[in-house]
Write a protein that binds this ligand. Structure first.
Ligand code: PHE
Length: 443
């Protein structure tokens, strides 16, 4: 169908996959996943997460890929293309979500960069909790946020194949190797056994509460970069020979695999060093406080392992942030016919500004995260499922161009029509008020 002529393209299918996996794999995998797993019943949560991937994440991922490739435009124009003017509003919500997430994500990414460089050049601070308190908010945090944002913009400015694709092809395989190597190292530590037990022993009590279900589905969305058009935008640079169902499967599986292996690094490490009580500390802080404690105790090995760990986090965060920025850049260029350089400058300047409150006040960062994940991503996913299932004509035709009629695809539209909306509405009933409370508490 009407693919835009002259639009940029991925250099190869592999390049697209690395970029899409790069978007998916980020802070969400390296910490959020293992933390949530520990909190919500170990292997039982992993099971529920996989279920949510199949029932909710997978169908929405495939919908984004099909719409993006079919329309060959950013989210606003793509939804307008298939649904008429009214649906452009949903595209606008997507772009706003991408913009909001990019702003605070860059603040956290700035912390990871600082920790990575400190690990190399000065070692870990002997008082990790105090250190985190000092560097996570205030002018320091602001400066690192700006540095990280500038680096990401530079890559985005270089374009799809020579910026985003080239970066992802180099760094994603490295990230994969490093995370696996770290998991092997963690297995050699004496006393790591109970860590595996804690992580992997199922505890089925309370599994089907709304809270646990909500965490599992929310994580599936955040981790797969769904509900804000990142996958849609990346797919808009594909051609019609690519096999979307298979590519979607590879993206979802890789995202899960890296999260799972990251858990095999974190838990054995913390248990081997008797830091297991710290596991239940706050999500974000714990990564930056407990792990440095562990790395400190391991001496020189810890410095190497810590450098690799934070290096992997930097890479994960970088490839995710560039996908967030690309959503906004692609839309600005589509809607206002700006060139890439102008669109990148506007996006970056505005995102740097919006990230400032998050850098100066951690409660603001938390509130932004809650609104983004629980309201915008889930709401975006819900609306997109309804759009694809009920409004779009023959979505299967867009999906299967370039692939086969896999039998499993028969359930795709029914899932989007009935299952995804019901599950997401049920979850949002509880999570939206919570997010709004976090915002209200700021004022
Ligand atoms: N998926 C990324 C992560 O796990 C975060 C992200 C969310 C990126 C939404 C893009 C869009 O860290």
């Amino acid at each position: 169908m009407a693919a835009n002529r002259g639009r940029e393209h991925w250099g190869s299918g592999f390049g697209f996959l690395m970029a899409a996996i790069g978007s998916a794999v980020g802070l969400g995998n390296m910490w959020r996943f293992s933390y949530l797993t520990a909190e919500n019943g170990g292997a039982a949560f992993v099971f529920l997460y996989i279920l949510m991937l199949f029932l909710v994440g997978g169908p929405v991922l495939i919908a984004e890929l099909a719409i993006g490739r079919g329309a060959a435009r950013g989210p606003i124009q793509a939804l307008g293309f298939y649904g008429g003017r009214r649906w452009k509003i949903l595209g606008l919500v997507f772009v706003s979500a991408g913009f909001l997430i990019a702003s605070y994500y860059s603040v956290i990414a700035g912390w990871t960069l600082r920790y990575g460089l400190e690990a190399i050049f000065v070692g870990f601070d002997p008082k990790p909790a105090q250190h985190f308190g000092e560097v996570s908010t205030g002018l320091d945090a602001l400066a690192w946020h700006l540095v990280f944002m500038a680096g990401s913009l530079w890559i985005v400015n270089n374009g799809i194949s020579s910026g985003i694709e080239r970066t992802s092809i180099i760094v994603m395989p490295m990230l994969f190797v490093v995370v696996c190597a770290l998991a092997l190292y963690a297995a050699t530590l004496p006393g790591s056994g109970p860590g595996y037990q804690y992580y992997l022993e199922p505890d089925f009590s309370g599994l089907f509460s709304r809270k646990v279900l909500s965490e599992a589905a929310g994580q599936a969305f955040f981790s797969l970069s769904l509900g804000m058009g990142a996958m849609l935008t990346y797919a808009s640079y594909l051609d019609r020979t690519s096999n979307l169902p298979v590519q979607g499967g590879i993206i979802a599986f890789s995202d899960f695999a890296i999260a799972f292996v990251a858990g095999l690094v974190v838990f054995p490490l913390l248990f081997a060093l008797n830091l297991s009580e710290d596991v239940t500390a706050s999500t974000l802080g714990a990564l930056f406080i407990t792990l440095p404690k562990a790395f400190l105790e391991l001496g020189i090995a810890g410095r190497i392992v810590g450098t690799l760990f934070f290096g992997a986090l930097v890479v994960g965060a970088l490839t995710s942030l560039i996908s967030l920025l690309e959503v906004v850049v692609a839309s600005l260029s589509d809607v206002f016919t700006l060139d890439r350089r102008q669109a990148t400058l506007w996006t970056g300047g505005a995102a740097a500004l919006l990230g400032t409150p998050a850098a100066l006040n951690i409660a603001a960062l938390d509130a932004m995260d809650q609104v983004a994940t629980n309201v915008l991503l889930m709401g975006g996913g819900l609306a997109l499922a309804i759009f694809t299932g009920w409004v779009m004509k023959e979505p299967e035709l867009e999906l299967i161009a370039g692939s086969k009629r896999y039998r499993i695809l028969k359930v795709w539209v029914p899932l989007l029509r009935y299952v995804v909306p019901v599950i997401l509405a049920f979850i949002m009933w509880g999570s939206v008020p919570k997010a709004l409370k976090a915002v209200a508490a700021l004022f």
